[in-house]
Design a protein around this ligand. Structure first.
Ligand code: ADP
Length: 163
């Protein structure tokens, strides 16, 4: 069977309920979503790539084989070619996301014209959630349990307790 697949690339530092919702909704369009966690040694992250991939694996257990997690470094178009996937999935929250996302989509197309970027609009209730905001409020004791999946909430608590 020829499965339709999409790659959902990102830093996922950490995975949020906005990311999870996007993947779950994408599964009504694609048979399989490959969540591709960026391993960029030049970018400082709160969670290691190992921790970030574990969050994805633990949070999509219910979806079984239809959600896979990979790590990648270097160019996304090279990873897509390696995986033989032609669709890149990205999310849009507000107009402020548009500039960056358009630039990336056009750059990826110029690097490999076979790649198409699909955008899914955020769900209203997740539109204000970002990994950056989660990392900003967690150290001050802000309740993140409604913003991130349970394994992420637990890891944030543990990481902050060690500080
Ligand atoms: P990157 O560092 O590549 O932007 P992120 O992990 O921050 O990676 O985001 C990955 C993708 O998920 C991006 O396309 C981003 O717009 C989308 N995204 C992030 N948060 C949300 C949300 N709350 N709702 C919908 N899409 C989101």
């Amino acid at each position: 069977m020829n499965r339709s697949q999409a790659i959902f690339p990102g830093s996922f530092d950490p995975l949020t309920n906005g990311h999870v919702d996007l993947v779950v909704r994408a599964l009504s369009v694609f048979d399989r979503v490959l969540v591709a966690v960026l391993d960029n040694p030049n970018k400082e992250t709160l969670f290691s790539v190992k921790e970030r991939t574990a969050f994805v694996r633990e949070s999509f257990q219910r979806q079984g084989e239809s959600v896979q997690v990979h790590t990648f470094s270097g160019l996304l178009v090279d990873f897509a070619r390696e995986q033989e996937v032609k669709v890149v999935l990205r999310g849009l929250r507000a107009i402020s996301d548009f500039d960056y996302e358009a630039q990336m989509a056009l750059m990826n197309r110029s690097l490999n014209p076979e790649i198409e970027t699909f955008f899914l609009m955020t769900r209203e209730r997740y539109s204000y959630i970002s990994s950056t905001l989660v990392k900003q409020i967690a150290p001050f004791g802000g309740d993140v349990s409604s913003l991130v999946p349970p394994p992420v909430a637990a890891a944030l608590e543990q990481k902050l307790a060690l500080r």
